[in-house]
Every structure is written in structure tokens, then in C-alpha cells.
Ligand binder design. Structure first.
Ligand SMILES: Nc1ncnc2c1ncn2[C@@H]1O[C@H](COP(=O)(O)OP(=O)(O)OP(=O)(O)O)[C@@H](O)[C@H]1O
Ligand SMILES: [Mg+2]
Length: 244
């Protein structure tokens, strides 16, 4: 694995009963990329995240990250090595303040309260939530809750951040702000994989797009080329929409 390669999955496969959720997927990711992972519902995007994050074990294939084989590493070890992820459904600890929620992330890597506070504050600053540090997380709007989720992941000081459908349900103003937040995070040097259905947002952000359908990778490359490919159009809209 060369130095600038942060992640390589090879032949990655996960079956749930009769369903092959992830089917022999190969992906290489270089440091500094912002990769968008697209695909219809049930394509296997969240399952791929769960595999990379060490939350579930693959049936076949390997995962290399940060220069080593991490195929068998559990989630806490992946976090310690520099991986963070958010979940499709955001659930902050409603009774705690915004700062305390972000500190929960920081405590994954430090036992010092002062240091956790510092890392949490830096993360809240980056996502534009510093002014709400003392607010109870339960009273935040969805747009702010999603930014808090990103801050909580950032407080673990990741090298690689996986974001699962963070833009769903946001209104246009919240969406614009969220896109800005992701740009700031990317500028800070964090490598990102974002799962999204909001294609126009993805086209503004992604340096590369991978598309999955029925567990398989069906396209991988430069955003405009990928979105124009017949396989991708067919996966989203059906074969009848492919221009011959
Ligand atoms: N824990 C599980 N047990 C059984 N089947 C599962 C499990 N997790 C995922 N699946 C199945 O694997 C397939 C892929 O699901 P996955 O959630 O990875 O898709 P997705 O691309 O994230 O979809 P969405 O866009 O709807 O979030 C689906 O058929 C799903 O029902
Ligand atoms: Mg999903």
C-alpha cells in the first residue's frame, strides 16, 4: 500500500441470509479525496460502511487502511487508527449540551477532560456550532443536529470520515450550509466518503463518484462521466431511460 493510499477494499463481500448486500467490491481511496458513494435503496452502501468501520465482519475480501490490513479489526480499533463515521439516523444525547455531545466523540481518544473540551470546541467551530455549545442537543433543528453529528465524529480527530446520508431531510438553506461544512472539513485535510441521494449536492462536492447497485460496484470515476454512464442511468431509472 503506497503512502497516499488511505483505504483499499478488495473483493469485499457480505451476505445476510440469501441477500448479498456487498458483492466482491474493490475500491481504492487516496488521501485528500472526497468520494461520493451513490446507489439506489438497498444497494449496499451502509453495509459497505459497516464493513469498513469494523462494525460487521466480511464473508470474503480484505480491507487495508492507514497502511495496514484491518480486515479483522473491531470498530473501536478502527476509531483509534483514525476512522470515524456517522449514522443514517442521527441520535444525539438529547439531555446533554451540544459541547458535551461533541466531547463524547473526543473521549474515544483522550481521557483528559480539558483536552476533550478543546477537541470538541475545535470541531464545533469547524461545523459552525460553537455559538450553540451550551444549548441542549434535544432542542436543535435537524440541520444543526446533523452538524453536531459531524462534530462528534470530528472530535475523534479522524483521518478518514464516513458520512451516511447526512443531507436527507434538510431544507435548501440547511443543505447549502451543510455543503459548506463538508468543504471546510475536507479543506482541513480529512479524507471523506459520503453516501448521498442528493445528487446535485454530490456533483458540487465530490472529487470522484462510486455507484453501487445490488451489492456491486457498477461505476467509479470522475463525477460527470460516472453520472452519464448508461449503467448508472439504468440503475437509477431503469433500462428504458438509457439513450441508445
Ligand atoms: N443487518 C442486516 N440483516 C439482514 N439484511 C440486511 C442487514 N443490513 C442490510 N441488509 C440488506 O442488505 C441490503 C443492502 O442494505 P444497505 O442498508 O446496505 O443498503 P443501502 O444502499 O444503504 O440502502 P439505503 O439507500 O436504503 O440506505 C438490503 O437488501 C438490506 O435489506
Ligand atoms: Mg443506507
Amino acid at each position: 500500500m503506497t503512502d497516499d493510499l488511505i483505504l483499499r477494499v478488495s473483493g469485499l463481500t457480505k451476505r445476510f441470509g440469501g441477500v448479498t448486500a456487498v458483492n466482491s467490491v474493490d475500491i481504492e481511496l487516496r488521501r485528500g479525496e472526497l468520494l461520493a458513494l451513490l446507489g439506489p435503496n438497498g444497494a449496499g452502501k451502509s453495509s459497505l460502511f459497516n464493513l469498513i468501520a469494523g462494525a460487521v465482519k466480511p464473508d470474503a475480501g480484505t480491507i487495508e487502511a492507514f497502511g495496514q490490513d484491518v480486515t479483522a479489526d473491531p470498530a473501536h480499533k478502527m476509531c483509534a487508527q483514525g476512522l470515524a463515521r456517522t449514522f443514517q439516523i442521527v441520535r444525539p444525547l438529547a439531555g446533554l449540551s451540544v459541547l458535551d455531545n461533541a466531547m463524547v466523540g473526543a473521549f474515544a481518544k483522550t481521557h483528559s477532560v480539558r483536552e476533550a473540551q478543546r477537541r470538541a470546541s475545535t470541531a464545533l467551530e469547524l461545523v459552525g456550532l460553537a455559538h450553540l455549545s451550551a444549548t441542549k442537543a434535544g432542542s436543535l433543528t435537524l440541520g444543526f443536529r446533523k452538524r453536531l453529528e459531524v462534530a462528534r465524529a470530528l472530535a475523534t480527530q479522524p483521518q478518514l470520515l464516513l458520512l451516511d446520508e447526512m443531507m436527507a431531510g434538510l431544507n435548501p438553506a440547511e443543505l447549502d450550509k451543510f455543503i459548506d461544512v463538508l468543504r471546510s472539513v475536507h479543506r482541513e485535510g480529512v479524507t471523506l466518503i459520503v453516501v448521498e441521494h442528493v445528487v446535485h449536492a454530490v456533483m458540487q462536492l465530490a472529487t470522484r463518484i462510486v455507484v453501487m447497485a445490488q451489492g456491486r460496484k457498477i461505476a467509479d470515476g470522475e463525477p460527470r462521466t460516472v453520472m452519464a454512464s448508461p449503467d448508472v442511468v439504468a440503475a437509477y431509472l431503469g433500462d428504458e431511460y438509457v439513450v441508445a
